[in-house]
Each structure stands twice: as C-alpha cells, then as structure tokens.
Design a protein around this ligand. Sequence first.
Ligand code: ADP
Length: 435
Amino acid sequence: MPNPWLRELRRVLLWLLLAAVVGLIAGHPLSAILLVLAVYFAWHLRSMYRLHRWLAHGHSFHPPEASGIWGEVLDQLYRRQVRHRQRKRRLSALIKRFQAATEAMPDATVILDKFGAIEWFNAAAEQQLGLQAGRDLGQRLINLIRQPEFREFLEVASPPEPLRMVAPADPGMTLSVRVVPYGLNQRLLIARDITEQLRVETMRRDFVANVSHELRTPLTVVNGFLETLNDDEEADYPPHLARSLELMQNQTLRMQHLVEDLLLLSRLENDRKAPPHECVSVSAMLAMIEEAVTPLVEQKHQQLSIAAEPGLCLYGAEKELYSVFSNLITNAVRYTQDGGRIEVRWYHDEKGSHFDVQDNGPGIAPHHMPRLTERFYRVDSGRSRDVGGTGLGLAIVKHVLSRHQGQLRISSTLNMGSRFMCDFPNDQTELPPSS
Ligand code: ADP
C-alpha cells in the first residue's frame, strides 16, 4: 500500500496543476490556484470539526466517514479504539476473577488508602472484623476497630510482625493481622483466624508441661534411692553392679535436668506477664556462676576470665536471667576443648548493655546457625549428651531474652571458636551511680 501522505500530496499537486491550467486558459491562474487552496483548507476545517464533535460528544463507536488523509487518520483511530476496548474487556474480566478469588478467601482482606480509609473489603472481613459494605466504605478503619493495640499497629506503615488480637465481630475468635504496602500508597490488611492453631498449641504446651510435672516426682524418688545406694560406703557391690548404679544415677540426673528445662520453657511460654522490674546485679550473678563452673573449668584445665562492670544492673526476673547467663557460660565451658580459653564480659555503651561470652572452642558450621535456638536442635547430639546437654539451653535463652527486650547474636568460625552476645536496650539497664 503506498504511503497515504504521498497519495495526498499527489492529489493536492494534481488539483493545483489542474487549477493552473484552467486558470491560464481563463486568464486568472493565481485566482484559480487560490480557489483550490481555499476549498482544500475548508475541507480540512470541516473534517477537523467533525472529528472534534465525534471525540467530544459522539455516541457512535464508529468515527465519521471521511476521505483522503482524514479517512486514514480516522481509520487508525477506530482500530486503536477497538484494541483499547478488547484490552479493557480482558482487564475487567481479570479484575472480576481476582475479586471473586479474594471474596472466596477465608482470610479477611481490606484495602486501605493512604489515610487508612477503607476502599474495599471481602466477605470474610464482614464476618471477622464486623465491617458492613454500605456503612463502612470510605471510613477510617481505626475509627471502626477501637482496640488500642490495633490503632498502634496501624500507625506503623509496614509492621514487621503480625498482630494477634481478638476478632472484633466474635470474642471467641483470635486473629493474626498483617499489613503490607500495596499499589500507590495503599495498604492491604489481611487477618487470619488462628483460633484452632492456638488451641492445638495450648494443648501441646499443656501436654508437655503436665508430662514433665508428672515425671518430676518419680524421678526425684528414683534418684534419691540411687543416691543412697551409691553413697552407702559399707555396701560391697560387685564391680558391674556398682558401674550400673553409677550409670543409672547419671541418666536419672540427666532426665531430671531435661524435665526441669522443659518445665522452665513451658512456664516461660505460658507467662504472658512482663518480668518484674527488679534491678538484678549481674556481676554478683556472674560470681555465683563462676563458682558453679569452676570445678569443670579446673578439670578441663581451661582459662575462664569474667570481667563485669560492677553496679551495672539489669531489670528483670533474677532466676530467668541466671538461666541465660549460666547456660551460655556452661555451654562455652562444656564445648570448648581441654586447655581452652573462655572470656566473659558484661559492660555498657551508648546502645545499651551487653553480655558477651567468647570461647576458642570447636566453633559451629554456618548451616547450623539459624536453627541453634530450636528446641532439641544439636550440632552433634552425641557430644551434647556426653557433656550433659538437654538441647533446650539456647531455646530457654531466646525466650528469656525476648521477655527482657534482649537480643541474642551468635557468631562462630569452625575450629576457631564461638561468640554469644546478649544485647539489652538502655531502658532495661541501670547504670552504676558514677557513670
Ligand atoms: P545443649 O543442651 O545440647 O547444649 P543448647 O541449646 O544449649 O543445647 O545448644 C544447642 C547446640 O549448640 C549444642 O548442642 C551445641 O552443639 C551448640 N553449642 C552451643 N554453645 C556452643 C559453644 N559455645 N561452642 C560450640 N557449640 C555450641
């Protein structure tokens, strides 16, 4: 197909030529040419007028009929309009499918604009959050759900952790609420019903706590008898029986430690109360721990140095904090080879206070690091059992720290050593009077 502009140019030139010839014959060539140009200009004006009228007020999908270059332009416009209409149809079918899917989702979903006003929500949001389509669209969500922790949660643009809250429409339902940035300055709120999950979690926790509790008494009795038998200096047991009794007592003690750790963990998990706001002297606590681990340190010919800032106190539950510091120091002593070195420091800087245990022991391979604080996760199960570990120490440490706004940082290099650091914020610490 020839270029329409060339065709148009040819047509104009032909008309001008014709006008010049006719004008020459009539003796007015210039007037004839001007007349053709005027007609041509009028034709353009008329076509422009019709196009404008169609664009501004046209009810017809088809553009007005036109010839020449205008026919070409209007034809292009028409084709573009057809493509646009097809795309729009596909898009609206897609949106309908997306809305139907979101509508069918069991999780409550709400779209909020940049002011926190509701733009859209699904059926689950009506059931769980108590929203009503006719009444609540355009309202700010925090004006409809008036729980203070929810208000605080929504004030953060993109909260890192989900919020657990009672469903506004059903006091027997617990929701886990997340907010994610979405579209242009919008946010998507998703609430999931976790009532059943919590029930199962509580059952599991109660079961572990009850079993541990039930095991405690028989273990104490068995251990008591074994201790009496082992300590009986007059008894003359054959060597294999004496060895068996010693092994039985070791294993019973191990089981007792395990039960105690399980009970402590379930107490920590169930305790929703904040720890007491008592000032715990960490240096005094470290002195006690040092005394407790000294026999093992001496037996392993290790060097243990503890440098604690005197008078630097930590707010919290003394027993819980003791288990944190004791677990970390005991681990360092247990896992570090004979003749190794362990350095413990307790100090503060502008960021807060820090408890730091560093050893030159076997270290931990990087792939174990993310799972170290899981219950019963051990790098080497045989070694952990040999040194009397329960596999629960670091899980306890993590729980206690999170109750005290502390954070555990672990760094380690295989065959070089490990470092366990607990960081506490300034408002969890009381500085010595002189500083
Ligand atoms: P366990 O009772 O087995 O010591 P923990 O939860 O205290 O359980 O520790 C988990 C695992 O982390 C241990 O089994 C051990 O393999 C590893 N670990 C902990 N502390 C150290 C350390 N200082 N050096 C090397 N490995 C360590």
